[in-house]
Design a protein around this ligand. Sequence first.
Ligand code: IMP
Length: 426
Amino acid sequence: MPAYAVIGGQWGDEGKGKIIDVLARDAAVVARYSGGNNAGHTVMNQYGTFKFHLVPCGMCWPETMNIIGNGVVVDPDVLLEEIRLAEEAHLPGRLAVSDRAHLIMPYHITMDRLQESARGKNAIGTTGRGIGPAYVDKVNRTGVRVGELLDLEDLLIRLPELVDAKDTVFTKVHGADPVDREGLFEKVRIWAAGLGPFIQPVEDIAGRALDNGENVVLEGAQGALLDIDHGTYPYVTSSNSTVGGTMTGLGIGPRRFGGVAGVFKAYCTRVGAGPFPTELSGELGETIRQKAGEFGTTTGRPRRCGWFDAVAGRYSVRVNDFDTMIITRLDILDGFETINVCVAYELDGERIERFPIDSAVLERCKPIYEEIPGWEGTTAGLTDPDQLPADARRYVEHLERLLGIPASIISTGPTRDETIIIRQLM
Ligand code: IMP
């Protein structure tokens, strides 16, 4: 059996965690390939409720190996805490961290915050977790890789030079304090002791599982529209959250793929700055936010809420080659008399159906909506497609038509059971 990628189709927070937890039952390996602890994946099952930021969401299945791939940036403090929580809850999954993933150092977190405040009104609204600066160092070839923790002596010789460079920028450019060197060296020793047993080359783990005919689930983080190349730049994250990132971020090839699923909320949300054509800034947006609890898993920030954007959705299908969609949070639309779906934009007086990827242009786009009837009754907790109210089914069919791909799973609540499987993915 093949590798199956599960990728956010919008601006993140599509509810991928729950979906991965459901799919992991049939997977030998679940692997994160991009991002870091800017992600917050919520999983609810018999073990409890978990908000994983780094640890993959297959941790709750006994047969599953969970991999943090080389494309991920790892804050060891966060990872060690998640490992502790997983052990405390007796989660049965196993964990391996790529020796070539890059470390988020405390100076990356400081840099993220200094840069954001220097941007003023042009701030990106990052999660403040040091993600961008860690990727900058990776690309600049001044990063520290997780595997270096296995050779502490060498790392402690190399670190002062890296810290000197940060100190220059902190003190001379930002007028901030220099790095706390002793604190950093102490942390590095703790990280090496705690993470050592989990560090290894991981390509072989995924590759061998695939050779053996087992399933590998590739756990997307953030969403396609936050991708560094394909997203609404510069209001994006610093990694490839789209399907391309799975190959570079894990070390598997395209012939291994069985499919690529796009996870879409039944409406849309966005956290941080950047264009969002279907945003509902008034009472309706607030109603959705409160009903759905749309507050960031990582930062607690209120998420911006809006109607489903099929123009952006089609673009996501294009850049990921999604073959199916997974619809989440359908139950949040229960009780709406009518529901809007954005089918095109008006740009400078003209109707367009393509997604303008230039943020300044997208900012000028106004949504053109189709109003469709809501449904009576509830979809919350449903498990069978035949139980769906007729108008809810029509809404799903409408999204399928607009995006040109069939839906395979509909999530109707936060727990594993509250799931409609239309067609098995793997
Ligand atoms: P960064 O990834 O912390 O650099 O943040 C860059 C942008 O991506 C900001 O707008 C964040 O709010 C957004 N972002 C990063 N991770 C997530 C996520 O997991 N869900 C939703 N938005 C995210």
